[in-house]
Structures are given as structure tokens and as C-alpha cells.
Design a protein around this ligand. Structure first.
Ligand code: NAP
Ligand code: G4F
Length: 336
């Protein structure tokens, strides 16, 4: 399908940003992404999409910017004039948010306000997507849906709750088309290496290749509702095509423990996970989220969205992907 729409994605270099950019390019969008200046290139997840902007066929454009720099957001929005803005940028690691609570608040929380306010200040007519999170439900027992009260258990969760309410406030106060996607955990071979699923899939491929002896982990009892990132970016796009702005839970509705994910992953290569996994308290959090299981009935009924890949298949596809790229990877510093 061809459209002449223009989208701006913050966090385009992240897991979801890269899949969303792919999806929007497939749909004929002109895609603009905000990239943080770094001393090394940080665009490996989107390099395969990049075409030199001097070429007429180029439809992906990257711009330097940062959610902590409000005036830059104003100049960028004014220049790009997007029809759709997807705010995916965040310090997104829950454990790290306990180490860097202030920065997490500035980027993950107030960063959203900077973007919303920049849109309002320049009078841009656009649809806005906020990457809200199931982490906002925290200690409230499952199943969680759009009406479930928030009880965040981390600086990250608290920052996301603030951003959620600012998004709703701009919708109610200024009539903006501003929507929250409350996404449950979603993973892929592009998942950051220090999130639990990717840490497991990389370790399994390393162990099979004889490059690693043991995997050190924290709480194996936590329950999560893990879906596939590629399915979830489709839901983001559908939310901005809806008639009305609203808030939507996106989840598979299934529940597995970290221990289950270990079992699916090791079993896939014929190994017994219990022989390789050891405990390290470094990976515990000061306060944990015990159980997240989403009820995505509203997304199904209003948007027609359903997940295609469930957790056991996800674990297998991640192990397969990491096994194929094992020779191309650099090893992680152990303390991460
Ligand atoms: P991710 O892989 O960690 O990507 C985060 C992105 O944000 C990266 O592009 C990162 O840039 C960028 N970023 C971080 N701080 C920034 C700043 N101050 N200014 C501009 N950009 C900044 O996260 P993800 O898994 O794709 O998740 C996307 C969004 O959904 C995040 O907001 C996350 O909190 C939220 N979310 C994720 C999940 C999930 O399970 N994946 C679930 C619910 C909600 P660099 O590449 O330069 O670091
Ligand atoms: O993979 P995780 O780090 O993801 P977490 O904390 O659920 O957060 C992710 O999902 C949120 C949606 O609910 C997003 F908003 C957020 O941005 C992020 O994408 O940890 C999952 C579970 C936790 O209970 C953790 O304690 O795995 C447990 N875990 C056990 N051992 C571990 C480890 N987590 C990590 N990262 N590393 C471990 O060694």
C-alpha cells in the first residue's frame, strides 16, 4: 500500500524503533528518526534500511537529537512536519533505572513532556504514540488491562506512569490525538543483550559453541507475558490509524516464568538448563515486579490486533538467530 505519510520515530535505533521503521517503510511512509550523538555509530539495527540521502529513492532520514534537549525537538518537528510521531525513546532498562533514577526520570518521563510540548508549541497537527509499559502495573496482580490501577515498582515504572498521564493530559487539555500503547514485554533477536530473554538466547548459543560455561541469573520466579516485537509494532501503527485516540494494552495473555524461558531455550538445543544456570544477587532488583499477564481484548476488538508468535516459539527463534550470528558478536562486559 502506498501512502504519502511522514513519520518521526524517537528511539529508532532501539529494538522497536528498527522494526517500526521497517514496517512504515513497507507501507510507503517517509520515515525520520532521531539518533543520539555517540562516539561510535549506534545504528546497527537500522543500517540495513539506510539509503544515502543523495539518492532519489531514499525514504529514511536520520537527525541528531535527544529527548533531554527540548529546543532541538522544536527545531526538528518544525523541519520534518510529521503526520505521526512515535515516542519510543527511553532509558528502558528496569534494573539500570535503580542505578540512574534521575536520568531515567529526565529521559523516560520528562522527555515525553518535552516532545508533547514541542508539538503543542509549534501547533503541529499530528498523531502521537507514547510507548507506555506494563511495568506501570508493577505490584497490581494480573490480569492487567486498561482499567487496572498502576503501582510502579521501579524508577523506570514511575517515569512511565508520569509520561502516560502527560499523554492523556495533552489529549484531554488540548484535544491532541495522543495515544498510549501499554505494551507487555516483547522480545526479538534485536532485543538489547542485557534483557533476560536475550541474555538467555545468547548464553545458549555461546554454551553450544563452547564459548561460555555458566549463565549467572537473578530471580527465576518472575512471571512475564512475552510476545514478539515484530507483532507489537504493528499494534503501534494500528493505534494511530484508529478513529479516536485512546489507551490500549498489547499482550499475548499467556504467562511463563523466567525458569520456563530458560527451559524452552536450553531444551531447543538438547541441554538441561539446570546444569548451566547459577545465581548472582547482582541481578536482583531492590523491588521486583512479580507477575505481568496482559488482557489485550480491547486491542483485539477495536484494532483487530492479535499476536502471531507466543513465548515458546519466541524462545526458539531467538536461540536460532543467536546461533547463526555467534561469530559476528563481541562479548559483553561480565558485570552487565
Ligand atoms: P531499547 O531497545 O532500549 O531502545 C531505546 C531507544 O531509545 C534507543 O534508540 C535509544 O538510543 C533511545 N534513547 C534512550 N535515551 C534517549 C534519549 N535521552 N534521547 C533520545 N533517544 C534516547 O527499547 P525498546 O525495547 O525498543 O522499547 C521501545 C520503547 O518501548 C521504550 O520506551 C521502552 O521503555 C518501551 N517499552 C518496551 C517494552 C519491551 O518489552 N521492549 C515494553 C513496554 C514498553 P541508543 O540506541 O542511542 O541507546
Ligand atoms: O528482561 P527484563 O530485564 O525485563 P523487565 O524488567 O520486565 O522490563 C522490560 O519489560 C518492560 C515491560 O513490562 C519494559 F517496559 C521495559 O522497558 C523492559 O523492556 O527482566 C524480566 C524479569 C525480571 O523479573 C528480572 O528480575 O527477569 C528477571 N531476571 C532474572 N534474572 C533478570 C535476570 N533480568 C535481567 N535483565 N537479567 C537477569 O540476569
Amino acid at each position: 500500500m502506498q501512502t504519502s505519510k511522514r513519520a518521526l520515530i524517537t528511539g529508532i535505533t532501539g529494538q522497536d524503533g528498527s522494526y517500526l521503521a521497517e514496517l512504515l517503510l513497507e507501507k510507503g511512509y517517509e520515515v525520520h528518526g532521531i539518533v543520539r550523538r555517540s562516539s561510535q555509530f549506534n545504528t546497527s539495527r537500522i543500517d540495513h534500511l539506510y539509503v544515502d540521502p543523495h539518492e532519489a529513492r531514499a525514504r529514511l532520514f536520520l537527525h541528531y537529537g535527544d529527548l533531554t534537549d527540548g529546543s532541538r525537538l522544536v527545531t526538528l518537528l518544525e523541519k520534518v512536519q510529521p503526520n505521526e510521531v512515535y515516542n519510543l525513546a527511553a532509558q528502558s532498562h528496569v534494573r539500570v533505572s535503580f542505578d540512574e533514577p534521575e536520568f531515567t526520570g529526565l529521559s523516560t518521563g520528562v522527555g515525553s513532556t518535552r516532545l508533547l510540548e514541542a508539538i503543542r508549541m509549534i501547533g503541529l497537527e499530528c498523531r502521537y504514540y507514547q510507548a507506555s509499559s506494563s511495568e506501570m502495573f508493577g505490584a497490581t496482580p494480573p490480569p492487567q488491562n486498561e482499567d487496572t490501577p498502576f503501582w510502579p515498582r521501579s524508577p523506570y515504572g514511575a517515569a512511565k506512569v508520569y509520561a502516560y498521564w502527560m499523554t492523556r493530559n495533552y489529549r484531554e487539555a488540548y484535544g491532541m490525538f495522543a495515544t498510549n500503547g501499554i505494551l507487555f514485554n516483547h522480545e526479538s533477536p534485536r532485543r538489547g543483550e542485557t534483557f533476560v530473554t536475550r541474555k538467555i538466547s545468547m548464553a545458549v548459543s555461546n554454551i553450544v559453541a563452547g564459548k561460555q560455561d555458566f549463565l549467572y541469573m537473578g530471580n527465576l520466579d518472575a512471571v512475564r507475558d512475552w510476545g514478539y516485537a515484530k507483532d507489537y509494532v504493528e499494534a503501534m501503527w494500528l493505534m494511530l490509524q484508529a478513529e479516536e485516540p485512546s489507551d490500549f494494552v498489547v499482550a499475548t495473555g499467556t504467562a511463563y516464568t523466567v525458569r520456563d524461558f530458560l527451559q524452552f531455550s536450553f531444551e531447543h538445543v538438547g541441554l538441561d538448563w539446570e546444569k548451566y544456570v547459577r545465581f548472582d544477587e547482582r541481578y536482583l532488583r531492590p523491588s521486583e515486579v512479580d507477575s505481568l499477564i496482559g488482557d489485550a481484548s480491547k486491542a483485539r476488538d477495536v484494532l483487530g490486533w492479535t499476536p502471531k508468535v507466543l513465548t515458546p516459539e519466541l524462545a526458539r527463534l531467538m536461540v536460532d538467530a543467536d546461533s547463526k550470528t555467534i561469530d559476528l558478536r563481541t562479548e559483553l562486559p561480565a558485570q552487565l
